[in-house]
Design a protein around this ligand. Sequence first.
Ligand SMILES: Cc1cc2nc3c(=O)[nH]c(=O)nc-3n(C[C@H](O)[C@H](O)[C@H](O)COP(=O)(O)OP(=O)(O)OC[C@H]3O[C@@H](n4cnc5c(N)ncnc54)[C@H](O)[C@@H]3O)c2cc1C
Length: 412
Amino acid sequence: MTRSMSYDVIIIGGGLVGMTLALALDAHGVTSAVVDAADLDTTLTAAFDGRASAIASASAGMFRTIGLGAMLDTQSCAIHRIRVSDGIQAKPLVFDALESDGAGGALGYMIENRHLRAHLLAAGRAAAGIAVHAPATAARINRGADGVTVTLADGTVLTAPLLVAADGRRSKIRDGAGIAVARWTYPQTAIVTMIEHVASHNQTAFELFYPTGPFAILPMRESASGANRSAIVWTVENPAAAGTLKLGPRGLAVEIEKRIGGLLGDVTVIAPAASYPLGYHHAAAYTAERMVLIGDAAHGIHPIAGQGLNMGLRDVAALTEVLVDAARLGLDLGAPAVTARYSAWRRLDNSMVGAVTDGLNCLFALPGAAPAAARRFGLAAVKRIPALKRRFMAEARGETGDRPKLLTGVPL
Ligand SMILES: Cc1cc2nc3c(=O)[nH]c(=O)nc-3n(C[C@H](O)[C@H](O)[C@H](O)COP(=O)(O)OP(=O)(O)OC[C@H]3O[C@@H](n4cnc5c(N)ncnc54)[C@H](O)[C@@H]3O)c2cc1C
């Protein structure tokens, strides 16, 4: 017998962004079905995703508002300082949340993706208003004037007024809807690993710029044995990636120490290195009939400023506000006016973050004396102009632009 179930929203993709959307909607009485092609339990290991994410403090505020504050309290490390420099020799520009802007509060939080995924999945499975179908694939999708029908490969039929594509950068839902994507690849690969180190990171994120690409050392919560830990995101030029991955823990530690000098004392690599090819993409539209795109299905950027997931979380906050407002007014959640409000809110903001991130990567990658002087001048200017410095810190916190209420601590 065919099972048929109705929801307010069907979300294809239960990754970090899709599952957060389901939880934010559930916290406001909007029901959803989450369909993911992966066995989500297998995505909770460091072998599947050994990355850690910088969650801006505004995004962290949303997690707290929807009941996920314990995840941050038990698993994350607050970032109180960001130290930026052009290589290891140059004088750094330091953004110190505790000293310089008077606003107080962390700039953001570092958390391992596997912990983030585990908390989101457990909360999603426990929520009365969320049905998680995974592993499951959509065999057929019909979007029409009356609503959306998704037929899963096992014959289960899901219906809703709105379909959300949260199925990542290679989104089949986006491509199936005929939405074009602007994209390019960077001649760079991110090498990601985790280190233990002798000196404390003092809750500081270090961003060192080298002509081959940025080198980020991000503060993590201490290990169970009390060791200092940091996550490494090392951008290398593509031809160097394979050799870097082959180095092994000792060789990798030597190369890392060369790049960070004595900043953290002796370094031990404690996780296998993984690589991520880097690229930019942006969907030409965020909507189609009864459908919207969120997260990496809509956009993807260079990880230089740790903003990709935060852009997706902003999408979540905006879409939740749009849908909750519409539900309260008794509107059709898939109506063009509803989906257009979401698109107008998010597309320009995401375009701007993408452009700034791309520009930053290009500027810091340029070799030669003139670009180096321009970088020194820029860093010195930010150092000397308090208003500029405050603006950068607000950006890091995710507190700029037309923020949805969930990112401002105001309840919906
Ligand atoms: C090296 C690196 C470091 C980064 N660091 C940061 C950082 O510090 N801070 C930050 O904000 N961002 C960071 N990012 C970006 C961030 O990781 C991504 O933006 C984010 O993970 C995107 O989440 P998502 O849920 O949109 O997509 P994904 O994580 O790709 O999830 C998509 C989900 O959809 C499912 N799926 C795919 N196809 C289908 C289908 N056909 N049917 C059903 N389900 C499907 C998948 O199984 C998956 O669960 C980093 C990225 C990289 C590469």
